[in-house]
Write a protein that binds this ligand. Structure first.
Ligand SMILES: C[S@@+](CC[C@H](N)C(=O)[O-])C[C@H]1O[C@@H](n2cnc3c(N)ncnc32)[C@H](O)[C@@H]1O
Length: 288
């Protein structure tokens, strides 16, 4: 996948020369195909029809598309909140499949304006409100069906880090806040969806800190992994920058960066429900 993206040629804004295939060996099978240029990503359905197109600034938003693909809005109004929307890919992908009640929040003015531009590019102004704010702060009184996020999660020991990708000394600072805010704003049948890098320890701790599932369970969620991905680092400079800290904090994570162009890391899409398996099955039965 990286090879394809790195080979992108830019001849005019609309030439989408490269492809992230559904069958790429670096990703679990994706639902859709994606064509990528140096600044645009276009999602195609299985018949090759364009579903949506987003402009990006710092590399193709693979994490965003990997999580967005899995969230299928149910019939009726679903209120979805996308925390840390960045270029808006998650919100736009979900709106392209029929949800028309999405709040896309980002702390950065620059990202909000990129997201708003992408919303207009896809004619989704009726479906997505872009809000500038600190996580779910502006929406704590709302009853939300789904909170979804590809949050900043790289550890840093710098006092005033660039908040775009970095998330405090353990990498969990933003995730922990999202978990506790989601408990407040989700409806009882609501779900929290997260795209998480594997070094943090998803199902099992990879250092001395509690893993993601322990954090979610202690907040009352029932988490499960919905997708595993393998991603190469060769062009991911922020992961490379954080690598010494990652290795010190999470020594048994399988962060394999032995070769400059071949190292990879795992990433996960996690769905954490407020209801346990039996309660979810019961609700399905009631609806049928
Ligand atoms: C890893 S990027 C994800 C971008 C996009 N959702 C995607 O999947 O490609 C994280 C985003 O979170 C935003 N962010 C960081 N801290 C935040 C906060 N406290 N509240 C809202 N957004 C935040 C950053 O500006 C950035 O756009």
């Amino acid at each position: 996948m990286n090879r394809l993206i790195s080979g992108a040629s830019k001849i005019g804004r609309l030439l989408l020369a490269n492809k992230i295939s559904r069958h790429s060996p670096f990703l679990e099978p994706l639902q859709f195909d994606y064509e990528v240029s140096s600044s645009l990503l276009q999602c195609l359905d299985t018949n090759g029809r364009k579903l949506y197109q987003v402009e990006f600034r710092e590399g193709p938003p693979v994490g965003g598309l990997a999580i967005a693909e899995l969230v299928t809005p149910k019939a009726g109004t679903m209120r979805i909140v996308d925390l840390g929307t960045g270029n808006g890919i998650i919100s736009i992908a979900i709106a392209a499949r029929g949800c028309d009640s999405i709040l896309a929040v980002d702390i950065s003015e620059r990202d909000c304006s990129l997201a708003s531009g992408n919303v207009r590019r896809n004619h989704k102004e009726h479906a997505i409100d872009v809000l500038r704010g600190d996580l779910a702060g502006p929406l704590m009184d709302k009853a939300i069906d789904i909170v979804i996020s590809n949050p900043p999660q790289l550890p840093t020991d710098v006092a005033e880090p660039d908040k775009r990708n970095f998330a405090g000394p353990t990498g969990y600072e933003v995730i922990d806040r999202i978990i506790s805010q989601s408990k407040t704003c989700l409806i009882p049948s609501g779900e929290l969806w997260l795209y998480v890098l594997g070094f943090l320890g998803v199902e099992k701790a990879t250092g001395s800190l509690p893993c993601l599932f322990e954090r979610l369970r202690s907040a009352g969620f029932h988490p499960r992994v919905k997708r595993r991905l393998r991603r190469t680092y060769s062009r991911d400079t922020s992961v490379l920058e954080a690598l010494p800290l990652i290795r010190a904090l999470y020594p048994i994570s399988d962060v394999a960066i032995n070769f400059p162009n071949a190292g990879y890391y795992e990433a996960f899409v996690v769905c954490a429900s407020q209801r346990n398996h039996e309660e979810r099955e019961q609700c399905r039965g009631d609806v049928a």
